[in-house]
Design a protein around this ligand. Structure first.
Ligand code: SF4
Length: 63
């Protein structure tokens, strides 16, 4: 996303139906996404747990 993805905003590249990345593996796939490794500790056991944890991280790292 131009200027980076603001906290609390869904990435424009995320398909809202399948929750898959539309640009995975493409030349413009962001380096930050390429470097990310999903873990059970971060992602939990469900989409709801992952969203809760991401929201918490966004709150705690807000500038
Ligand atoms: S992997 Fe990166 S580019 Fe793809 S949807 Fe997620 S945040 Fe967006």
């Amino acid at each position: 996303m131009p200027g980076g993805k603001p906290a609390g905003v869904v990435c424009v590249n995320l398909d809202p139906v399948t929750y898959e990345c539309r640009i995975w593996g493409a030349p413009d796939y962001p380096e930050v996404c390429r470097a990310f490794t999903a873990t059970a500790e971060l992602c939990g056991r469900s989409r709801a747990q992952a969203l809760d944890r991401l929201s918490d991280l966004e709150r705690r790292t807000r500038p």
